[in-house]
Ligand binder design. Structure first.
Ligand code: HEM
Length: 295
């Protein structure tokens, strides 16, 4: 366990600290029970504490585990076994998706609490400062190992970090490129619909059939409106906005309205017209429901 020796070296954890912590064991033993009570008084302020400490059995298991953990800090044994145990505890928290912030805050509490004990139990100021340094070191080492568990969890990869990040970057770029092509397609479509609108408009006067000409022009105007809406949504999406489902219902609604207009011109069968009206009604209800939810 080269890792463990490295951590201890980084925190300047020496045999002097081992001695200090061991000397504190009898003092801390007296606070074992109170520590858990105070720890729980502190933790219960966390908004979601109950979600994790969900029943009496879990609380009991946690409290017993906490007492053992607390006392192990003053056991004088900081070898492989100690670190393996800490890693296990770290992963136990990761497994239940306990926010890392809760663990950090709880450590802050333990630091304050142990400081309080030292000030209460030890008279000499220099001795307090000396012992306090060792307690802080072991607490920081504990938090380091706990935090590593969270980082290890985040570091899980299927292939390799490099390949995965490259793949993600590439697909992100590709999807951005596709979105740009989509905008270009919509611009072209817009130009074509303007052409259609012009054609329909001219047709009003050329064909002499005023009603047909007007309805066709109205149909092409509706199409133009949909293209504008689609373009607007796409541009907003490219700028990081949310894509709304409503726009797709909009497109379907306009397509059906246009079909109804044409069907009325062609004097199609009543059944065909009725089915279009029914589809329009259904889409109308869906549109209304989505609009309500989005609000
Ligand atoms: C100084 C901070 C903490 C320490 C030292 C600590 C210690 C422990 C230990 C020793 C275990 C047993 C791990 C195992 O099964 O091997 C554990 C598990 C657990 N901890 Fe913590 N804990 C801390 C903070 C918290 C906080 C803030 C919460 C919740 C708000 C929490 C909730 C739990 C839960 C739910 C389990 C699993 C209990 C079970 O089902 O057996 N812990 N913790």
């Amino acid at each position: 366990m080269e890792n463990m020796e490295r951590i201890k070296a980084h925190y300047g954890f020496t045999s002097g600290d081992v001695k200090n912590l061991m000397s504190l064991r009898p003092v801390m033993e007296r606070y074992r029970e109170e520590f858990v009570v105070e720890f729980y008084n502190f933790v219960k302020n966390f908004e979601e504490a109950e979600k994790f400490l969900k029943d009496e059995a879990t609380v009991k298991r946690h409290q017993d585990a906490l007492k053992v953990w607390f006392m192990n800090m003053f056991s004088g044994e900081y070898g492989n076994g100690y670190f393996t145990e800490l890693e296990k505890v770290g992963f136990a928290h990761v497994k239940i998706s306990l926010p890392a912030h809760y663990v950090n805050a709880a450590f802050h509490f333990v630091k304050t609490y142990t400081r309080r004990i030292l000030h209460k139990e030890i008279q000499k100021h220099e001795e307090i400062a000396f012992l306090e340094r060792s307690v802080e070191k072991i607490l920081d080492i504990n938090l380091d190992v706990f935090t590593s568990s969270y980082i290890e969890e985040e570091k899980k990869f299927f292939l390799s970090p490099k390949v995965e990040s490259w793949l993600i970057q590439m697909s992100d770029r590709f999807s951005h490129g596709l979105n740009l092509i989509l905008v270009l397609g919509l611009v072209l479509l817009g130009v074509m619909v303007i052409g259609l609108f012009g054609y329909d408009f001219m047709h009003i006067f050329q064909s002499g059939d005023f009603e047909k000409g007007l309805l066709s022009t109205l149909g092409s105007l509706l199409m133009l409106w949909v293209v504008i809406e689609l373009m607007d949504t796409e541009v907003k999406h490219l700028r990081g906005g949310k894509l709304t489902v409503k726009i797709f219902i909009n497109v379907a609604l306009v397509a059906i309205i246009r079909k109804i207009l044409i069907a009325s011109l062609k004097h199609e069968e009543v059944e065909a017209q009725l089915s279009l009206v029914a589809a329009l009604a259904v889409l109308g209800v869906v549109y209304w429901l989505i609009a309500r939810v989005e609000k």
